[in-house]
Design a protein around this ligand. Structure first.
Ligand code: HH2
Length: 297
């Protein structure tokens, strides 16, 4: 008889999911990694304005590295619901100086959170080694080519619609099956442009064109995304579905909800947690990992 708990756990020890980026090896078969969020925006939903200033952003990146971040994810365009697009020039102005400065100061891999190929390529020139594209390479036709040409790792996230319209009554036939189908298309776009399969990470895109129930169901069924055969990144940090479940308006009050959802994500197959609170994120990952990987008697 099939044992569902064994099935869930079986892909935890798959070295073929490991990814190498410039000078760093992610051994996903051994542990969960933590990606620290750094938004150099005036309007991000939880830390907007806090790191808009380049010096403050650099200071925070160094602090996240000390706190144990495995990746620093730098973004210059808010993708919160109803956000307006930012011009390429403005996005470059917000992120490139920060990438340049921190890549000289720390060894931690830097990912660039952008939908724009030109921003990604400039960030790579300054030291970024991962592209985190919330559109799953469906926004900018040049993104996949940039990733392939530079041989960087990519995070392909699922988003339904655009930040402008994604929260206007999103509907799915089967939320997990539909997202898997869309992520397969994203993987296809990347592969077609020459991105190596072993450089691809997928992300179901918590909060991007999803109701509260959709987000909860995705986390409950996260193990099904393992069917794509790629490492899974999950970002629940401070998001509004936590606020709705726990009745907490202020994103800064959502740490307990972030920890709970992150631990469950790890148990259900997440390989990377994208979080604002790096110290707590690292403890969450380590605690969940130790339970997940305990040798059963
Ligand atoms: N969430 C946000 C932005 N980028 N990237 C990935 N891979 N996964 C996510 O869940 C994800 C992401 C939104 O969070 P945040 O960056 O804090 O807010 P904003 O978009 O308002 O800057």
């Amino acid at each position: 008889m099939r044992n569902p708990s064994r099935r869930k756990r079986s892909s935890q020890n798959r070295p073929d999911l490991d990814i190498s980026v410039k000078g760093f090896h992610f051994a996903f078969s051994l542990r969960t990694y933590v990606m620290g969020v750094l938004n150099t925006t005036p309007d991000s939903f939880s830390d907007g304005g806090k790191y808009y200033d380049t010096e403050k952003a650099i200071t925070r990146a160094l602090e996240m590295a000390r706190e144990g971040a495995d990746i620093i994810d730098i973004g210059g365009e808010s993708t919160r619901p109803a956000a307006y697009d930012v011009s390429e020039d403005e996005e470059m102005r917000r992120v490139i100086a920060v990438v340049r400065a921190i890549s000289k100061k720390i060894e931690v891999p830097i990912s660039i959170d952008t939908r724009k190929a030109a921003v990604a390529e400039s960030a790579i020139k300054e030291g970024a080694s991962i592209i985190n594209d919330v559109s799953g390479m469906k926004h900018d036709p040049n993104m996949a080519k940039v990733a392939a040409r530079n041989n960087v790792a990519v995070i392909l996230m699922h988003m339904k619609g655009t930040p402008r319209d994604m929260q206007s009554s999103p509907r799915y036939r089967d939320v997990v099956a539909d997202i898997i189908k869309s992520l397969k298309e994203s993987i296809g776009i990347a592969r077609h442009a020459g991105v190596k399969e072993k450089k691809i990470i997928i992300d179901p895109g918590i909060g991007f064109g999803k109701t509260v129930e959709h987000n909860l169901e995705i986390l409950n069924r996260l193990d099904e995304f393992k069917a794509l055969g790629r490492p899974i990144c999950v970002g629940t940090s401070r998001k509004s579905f936590i606020g709705k479940v726990l009745n907490l308006k202020d994103p800064n009050d959502r740490l307990a909800g972030t920890i709970a959802t992150s631990a469950i994500s790890v148990m259900n197959g997440a390989n990377i947690l994208r979080v604002h609170d790096v110290r707590q994120g690292c403890s969450t990952a380590a605690m969940a990992d130790s339970i997940l990987r305990i040798k059963r008697s």
